[in-house]
Design a protein around this ligand. Structure first.
Ligand SMILES: C[C@](O)(CO)[C@H](O)COP(=O)(O)OP(=O)(O)OC[C@H]1O[C@@H](n2ccc(N)nc2=O)[C@H](O)[C@@H]1O
Ligand SMILES: Nc1ncnc2c1ncn2[C@@H]1O[C@H](COP(=O)(O)OP(=O)(O)OP(=O)(O)O)[C@@H](O)[C@H]1O
Length: 307
């Protein structure tokens, strides 16, 4: 018996933290070469694709930050639907509803997550069965973080972050401190360029110590390398100096280590276990140095169609 055609498909997709982000110099195309060790965490958006009779994608969004999400065709979810439909030679007659829990412009790849989720949801809705390699290629065209949002787990991203190699990881517990306001990713890279001007920027390489700590699942080993592992952290702190207080508050609350998540301004805290996570989250909220906290675990699966 064949499956009935679907009229709606929901995909769940994780946020990410870069446990290492080694940043090279700007390339001629304006992007920076990276060695980025991505880790997917259990903080999710859900994107539901519903068939319509329209001639293009429409978007709606619910969630605490939904007023900051564009609902026009610049939304990465809408762009994903348009690109997939154009490749298949069909009309993107779809409504995309985003249930948003990932902070917007927070350095956790929220828009990228929605792009990857919409791609997978539309692929299932339209019964296209696009091969995984092609989906990853489309993701790379949408943005540097989008392939990892599809893949999930843990991976080394090279090139501008889009070329993925899976890496081994044990399980870890994290608390994220959501900041007031967002940071523009291009602005943080520009600040990186300004801060490193006239200095020798090394070719980005994955740290063997960090990869070993990740594989071991030993939070103390990972905590030892995290504070120096995000090459964009000085730039994010330069644009948002108050984040230093959030980092201090998390450590004072008992986190093993803290770092800026990607381009920020969300900060990520590695904690020993779920009990420590609850305590660190409560104390961070009480410190007044962040807007909200999210307790998560890693690794999390990539974009997944929900039954
Ligand atoms: C900071 C990270 O989140 C770390 O994972 C990513 O590098 C950013 O990935 P993203 O948001 O998907 O970025 P994209 O949409 O590809 O690029 C947005 C802008 O960020 C800057 N950018 C991004 C990636 C990269 N390797 N070098 C860059 O300089 C460029 O100014 C680019 O125009
Ligand atoms: N689905 C989406 N959700 C959120 N923002 C989106 C979306 N589509 C497009 N955007 C735009 O992208 C900008 C960056 O938002 P996003 O939440 O992706 O930032 P980010 O998590 O810091 O990105 P990254 O970590 O990949 O650099 C937003 O300010 C918004 O204008």
């Amino acid at each position: 018996m064949s499956a009935a055609p679907r009229t709606a498909v929901t995909v769940r997709v994780p946020a990410k933290v870069n446990v290492q982000l080694a940043v090279g110099t700007a390339r001629p195309d304006g992007f920076h070469d990276l060695a980025s060790v991505f880790l997917a965490v259990s903080l999710y958006d859900e994107v539901t694709a519903t068939a319509t009779t329209g001639d293009g994608p429409t978007v709606s969004c619910e969630g605490p930050d939904s007023d900051q999400v564009p609902l026009d065709r610049t939304n990465l979810a809408a762009r994903a639907a348009e690109v997939l439909a154009a490749r298949a030679g069909i009309t993107p007659a779809v409504h995309l509803h985003i249930a948003k829990n990932i902070p917007v412009a927070g350095g956790m790849a929220g828009g990228s997550a929605d792009g990857a989720a919409a791609l997978l949801a539309c692929d299932a809705l339209w019964g296209l069965g696009t091969p995984r390699e092609e989906l990853l290629e489309i993701c790379a065209g949408l943005g540097s973080d989008v392939p990892f949002s599809l893949a999930g787990g843990a991976a080394l991203g090279t090139g501008r972050g889009e070329l993925l190699t899976p890496v081994e990881t044990g399980g870890f517990h994290w608390v994220f401190a959501v900041a007031h306001g967002g940071l523009s990713t291009p602005a943080v890279f520009r600040e990186f360029d300004r801060l490193t001007e006239g200095t020798e920027v090394p070719v980005p390489q994955a740290s063997p110590e960090l990869l070993a700590a990740l594989a071991s699942g030993d939070p103390d080993a990972l905590a030892a390398v995290l504070p120096r592992s995000n090459g964009l952290q000085p730039a994010a702190l330069s644009l948002r100096p108050e984040l230093a207080e959030t980092l201090e508050a998390g450590i004072a609350a008992g986190a093993l280590a803290g770092l800026v998540s990607g381009s920020g301004p969300t900060t990520a805290f590695l904690v020993r276990d779920a009990d420590a996570a609850a305590k660190v989250a409560a104390e961070l909220e009480a410190s007044g140095t962040c807007r909200a906290t999210r307790v998560t675990a890693s690794p999390a699966a990539g974009a997944t169609v929900l039954a």
